[in-house]
Structure formats: structure tokens, C-alpha cells
Write a protein that binds this ligand. Structure first.
Ligand SMILES: [Zn+2]
Ligand SMILES: [Zn+2]
Length: 273
């Protein structure tokens, strides 16, 4: 990663606590400093056992590790203060029916922000390669319809500061031949009305689909509806910190966007680049 003066934030990153990441947290922070990031947000997966997921579907820390995670990030926040601003976040699976339970727990914690994500559709982790066959069971457009309906419900829950990898359903390259523009427009209208922050997530560039979340067409729609944006790499190793950011910044410039949103104790503020 070359140094660049224009990298501002990376708010979607993980730690080894999730069970599928590598490298010490200090190495991630060094990478962030090396990329000239102003802010580095750690948003590990919220304990899925607390949300009723089965043991074999867990891709997060356990509930009894949560306070240790928070303590570790807060210590690093203090230690790195003169080099980079560390933010304490969580990425939480949106589970229909558990909106109140989720919101109550989030309120208790001293978090800077919460990312809401969907990985599961009808009990299947559609972001995991082991479930690729699911996409053969029904027309893709129907799966996308159900997925985006769930995104809509997640936005309407008002639980989350950031909507994570908004079109992650395409991750393994299962993209319907039909136009998705209608979904993009309807969701953009809702997000705009709610002033809901959406992340640009470069994890998709490393997935089989080789495309950021959201897709360029979707992003264009979000921008034209004035939906506030933030940025994250979904790093699961130190070398993935700020992954693909030069490409994102040039796309944003092309679309006339010059600011991103970040958070302090769940209060949003803008940062210009
Ligand atoms: Zn992960
Ligand atoms: Zn995720």
C-alpha cells in the first residue's frame, strides 16, 4: 500500500476474535497509520450466540468475550491517540424479531458506531461459500427481492448507524440478468428519507464478484439521493486495511462526492477529503 495524503477513514475492520481473521490488532493499526488514515474503526462481529445463531453458524466472538473486546479497543484508543483516532464499533447481524433486544444491548455499551449487516437469508449464511448451492434453488431475482426486502426492514429498525455491505448478496457472483435499478431507487429513497449512512465496502473487490458494495450503479443512485456515505475495507488481515481505497476515492470524485461520515459515541460528523 502506497502512502497517500487523502485516505481519511476505514470503519469496517475485524480482529481474530471472529475466528476467520488473521494478524494482531496492533499490526492492523500500524497498517492504518502507514496508509495515513485519520481514523481507524474496529467493528468486529457482534456475538452471534446472543442473537440465537447455532454454534455451526457462528462467525463471531462469544458473548462472554464482548467486554474483553471493548476493553482491548479502548486501551488501544488511548495508546495510539497521538498517531491515529481509533474508534470502537461492532458489526451486528440484523435479525428480524430481535430489534428491541439488539437496541437495548447496543445502548448499554460505549460504542462509537454500529454497523448493521445481513449475512443470513432464511437461516442460511448467503455470504459464505459453503452455501453457494442455495443460489441454484430459486430464481436469482427472487432471492435478491427477499434480500433487499430484509435490508429495507433493517433500515426501518433504526438500530444501526451504518448499513454494511448493502448488496453483499452478489458476493459469489450470483447476479440476476434482470435490472436491479428498481431496488436501488426504492432503497435510495428510503435511506435518504431516514438520513441513513451507508458504507462503501471494498471487501467485494476481493470476493468472486470483484465489485465493491454497493455496485457503481447503486452508488450512483445513493449519491443522487444524497444518502450519506462512509467507507470500510472489511479487513480480515492487516494487508487489507484501506484495501482498494484509491479506486473508491477516484469514483467518489467522479460522482462529485468530497465528504464521508464518521462517528463519535454514535454521533455522526462529516470529514472532507
Ligand atoms: Zn468477518
Ligand atoms: Zn459482514
Amino acid at each position: 500500500m502506497t502512502k497517500g495524503g487523502f485516505f481519511v477513514i476505514d470503519l469496517h475492520t475485524h480482529t481474530t476474535r471472529c475466528g476467520h481473521a488473521e494478524g494482531k490488532l496492533e499490526q492492523y493499526i500500524l497498517a492504518a497509520i502507514d496508509c495515513n488514515l485519520k481514523e481507524y474503526g474496529i467493528s468486529d462481529h457482534f456475538p452471534m450466540d446472543y442473537l440465537g445463531f447455532r454454534e455451526e453458524d457462528m462467525s463471531s466472538m462469544y458473548f462472554n468475550e464482548l467486554s474483553q473486546y471493548i476493553k482491548e479497543v479502548e486501551n488501544l484508543k488511548e495508546k495510539s491517540r497521538d498517531k491515529i483516532f481509533i474508534k470502537l464499533g461492532l458489526e451486528i447481524d440484523y435479525v428480524q424479531g430481535l430489534e428491541i433486544k439488539t437496541s437495548e444491548l447496543i445502548k448499554e455499551k460505549d460504542l462509537d458506531y454500529v454497523i448493521g449487516s445481513i449475512h443470513f437469508l432464511f437461516g442460511k449464511d448467503v455470504s459464505h461459500p459453503k452455501n453457494k448451492d442455495y443460489f441454484k434453488t430459486r430464481p436469482l431475482i427472487d432471492i435478491y427481492h427477499d434480500y433487499f426486502k430484509k435490508v429495507e426492514n433493517m433500515v426501518n429498525s433504526d438500530n444501526f448507524d451504518i448499513i454494511g455491505h448493502i448488496d453483499v448478496i452478489k458476493k459469489h457472483g450470483h447476479v440476476p440478468s434482470e435490472s436491479l435499478q428498481e431496488f436501488y431507487i426504492e432503497l435510495s429513497k428510503l435511506l435518504s428519507r431516514k438520513n441513513q449512512v451507508v458504507e462503501i465496502n471494498t471487501g467485494g473487490l476481493r470476493a468472486p464478484v470483484e465489485e465493491m458494495y454497493p455496485s457503481f450503479n447503486f452508488l450512483q443512485e445513493l449519491v443522487s439521493h444524497n444518502v450519506p456515505l462512509t467507507l470500510g475495507s472489511d479487513a480480515h488481515k492487516p494487508s487489507e486495511v484501506a484495501y482498494g481505497f484509491p479506486k473508491v476515492y477516484s469514483i467518489l470524485k467522479q460522482l462529485g462526492v468530497s465528504k464521508l461520515v464518521t462517528f463519535n459515541q454514535r454521533v455522526p460528523y462529516e470529514i472532507f477529503f
